[in-house]
Design a protein around this ligand. Structure first.
Ligand SMILES: C[S@@+](CC[C@H](N)C(=O)[O-])C[C@H]1O[C@@H](n2cnc3c(N)ncnc32)[C@H](O)[C@@H]1O
Length: 259
C-alpha cells in the first residue's frame, strides 16, 4: 500500500503551499499547545527578539505574539504564506512587532547571539532535527530558549507499514529519548518535553483539511497531480488514525548553555 502513494516531498512545492494556504495551520498543533510550550520559557521581556522559523501563515506566531511583548520575526520559504502572515499580523494590529519575511532556515538572516527565543512548530524536519539544532544555536543568546515540535516515535518497534512510510518521508524521525539526547549534545539543557494531544491532529489539522481538499479539488478538477496529492494527504490521515499509538508530534523546550 505504501508504494501507491507519493510522500509530500514528491509534489511540487508551489502546489503544496497553495493547498496549505487555505488552512490556518500547516501542521498539527493548537493554541493551547503553543501556550503550554511558552509556559516553560521564563526569560522574555519587551526587549526580547524572537524568531519563528518555518512559520507558515503564522497560526502559532500570532498566539505567541498575543502572549509575549518582544519583537517576533516569522520566516518561511514560501512567499504566499508570508503574505498571509503579514495580513494576519495587520488584522490583529500586531504589525509593529510581528513581521513575516521570506527566507530559508538553512541561511538565517539573524546576528550571532541576538535571539532570546527560537520557535519552530513542525518545520525543522525541512533541514533535519540535528542540523537545525546545531546551526540555529549560534543565533541564540546564552540562556536563550529553543522550542520545537517534531515528529517522534513513541515506541522502539512499530508495524512495518508505518515504519516504511516514515523511513521514506523522513528517516530522521527518532524516539523521544534519542531526540532529547541530540538536544543535549547540541549544547542545550532540555527543559521540557511533551506529546501533543491527538486533537492537534484531528480537530486542528485533519478537520480543516476537509475544506482545503474541497477548494483544491474544485479548482483542479480533472488534474491528476492534484488528485494524487489529495489522495496522499488522505493516506497520511488514515495512517495516523491506524498507528497513532506509535508516533506523533512532540514539543521540545531547551535552553542554550555554554559548551
Ligand atoms: C508543516 S509546515 C508548519 C508551518 C507552521 N509552523 C505551523 O505549525 O502551522 C512547515 C513549514 O516549513 C516551511 N519551509 C519548508 N522549507 C523551508 C525552508 N528551507 N526554510 C524556511 N521554511 C521552510 C514550509 O513552507 C511550511 O510553512
Amino acid at each position: 500500500m505504501s508504494n501507491k502513494y507519493k510522500t509530500i516531498h514528491e509534489f511540487e512545492f508551489n502546489l503544496i503551499c497553495e493547498y496549505f494556504s487555505n488552512m490556518e495551520r500547516q501542521g498539527p498543533g493548537s493554541p493551547e499547545v503553543t501556550l503550554k510550550a511558552l509556559s516553560f520559557i521564563d526569560n522574555l521581556t519587551d526587549q526580547s527578539l524572537i524568531a519563528d522559523i518555518g512559520c507558515g501563515t503564522g497560526g502559532q506566531t500570532m498566539i505567541l505574539a498575543q502572549h509575549t511583548l518582544g519583537q517576533i520575526t516569522g520566516l518561511d520559504l514560501f512567499p504566499g504564506f508570508i503574505n498571509i502572515f503579514n495580513h494576519n499580523a495587520r488584522k490583529l494590529r500586531l504589525q509593529n512587532r510581528v513581521k513575516g519575511i521570506v527566507g530559508s532556515m538553512d541561511n538565517l538572516p539573524f546576528q550571532k547571539e541576538e535571539l532570546d527565543l527560537i520557535w519552530s512548530e513542525g518545520a525543522i524536519y525541512n533541514i533535519g532535527f540535528e542540523r537545525g539544532l546545531n546551526e540555529w544555536r549560534k543565533y541564540l543568546k546564552t540562556g536563550g530558549y529553543i522550542a520545537i515540535s517534531e515528529s517522534s516515535w513513541f515506541t522502539d518497534k512499530r508495524p512495518a507499514e508505518i515504519n516504511d512510510f516514515w523511513m521514506n518521508a523522513y528517516p530522521e524521525i527518532d524516539t523521544i529519548p534519542h531526540q532529547v539526547a541530540k538536544i543535549h549534545n547540541a549544547g542545550y539543557l532540555p527543559v521540557a518535553t511533551f506529546i501533543l494531544p491527538t486533537t492537534c491532529w484531528t480537530k486542528h489539522y485533519f478537520a480543516p483539511k476537509v475544506i482545503a481538499n474541497d477548494i483544491f479539488l474544485d479548482k483542479y478538477a480533472g488534474n491528476k497531480t492534484a488528485e494524487k496529492f489529495i489522495a496522499s494527504q488522505c493516506y497520511e490521515e488514515e495512517l495516523y488514525r491506524m498507528y497513532k499509538e506509535f508516533y506523533g508530534y512532540v514539543f521540545f523546550i531547551a535552553k542554550k548553555i555554554e559548551l
